[in-house]
Ligand binder design. Sequence first.
Ligand code: HSE
Length: 405
Amino acid sequence: MVKIAVLGYGTVGSGVVEVFEKNRESISRKAGQEIEVKYVLDLRDFPGDPVEKKLVHDYQVILEDPEIQVVVETMGGLKPAYDFSKQALLAGKSVCTSNKELVARHGMELMEIAREKNVNYLYEASCGGGIPIIRPLNTCLTADVIDEISGILNGTTNYILTKMESDGTDFETALREAQAKGYAERNPEADVEGYDACRKIAILSSLAFGSQVDYQDIYTEGITKITAEDIKYARAIGTSIKLLATSRRVENGVYAMVSPVMIGAENPLYSVTGVFNAVFVHGNMLGDAMFYGQGAGKLPTASAVAGDVVDCARHIGKNIPLSWGNEKLNLMDTGDVKHRFFVRIQGSLSDRLPAVEAAFGQVETITVPGIEGEFAFITGEMPEAAYRDGAEKTEGIVHMIRARF
Ligand code: HSE
């Protein structure tokens, strides 16, 4: 029997306890032995809750109990999750987590300790919630050189953008609706500014490219500046605006970026709507693959954490090698990254087109009935630095969104 402790009885932690209760038999069969939640650590009391019997307030009880072989960290944040995870690993206990912030910042160090101690630090739930992506990258796709990972990695922003698209509402209205439905936090900054997706793509890129990708190096732009007019233009040409987290190997290096991108219907991520997440992977042997599912929520996320616990139970006394190397990957300067650019500009098409083409080369133009006093154009593929040069020379630019179609 493997005994485990769950740190934090919040949404995900209580989900993990529920998964082990509901699926006890099938999990035991798959793990090759029974798995029992012995302790739940939380500062709070839960009078009347069945978890009461397992509840402890002092982490030392867990650390000093030799029966505990796996610690599930579902506290979130860096403090005290980092210290607790490190102490557990140093005490020879495996740790499974859903904490993307901690994995993106300290994952390499924690994996290194796990390796030295012959235990495991696993974090399937940190990216894409319930979607299996980390284990596939680490085990199934090991024969491939990964060229690209592009994902819709944040359910809150995908819900907001889908709402703006289907209802024609502005960002603020869609955000308020997402908050009312519990899909967005009261303080939505980490989601809507792209910080959450940034940490997730840093983790996936580190695994895919085998070197440490620092999330601080990733250019990150959220969805707060996307307007109802942007969406109208996108719909008029059969495209959709998504918050994409991308890392890609191109001829002059690897780039990583989080930003709104206008994508065409031929892109498999086009039809990913609402709170769903999807991760598109291109491998040099595999070609295209896409992983799709629920990127958040109590039970989907808990299912991924519990799956990691099963993996730990199958590998007691053995460290599972991970492809995340400790050498830092220097990402390309965003100025060298090539895109097409969708640009809205004030004025009439006939007056402004010569100046636009002088600055950006040949462009495709878009006008939308009902949007007056401006038009839009889409450039050919060009480095961001060349776009910025053109934009500096051009008056009246209202908004730019990267385009991929
Ligand atoms: N706030 C996150 C999202 C939760 O909306 O995707 C899962 O990490």
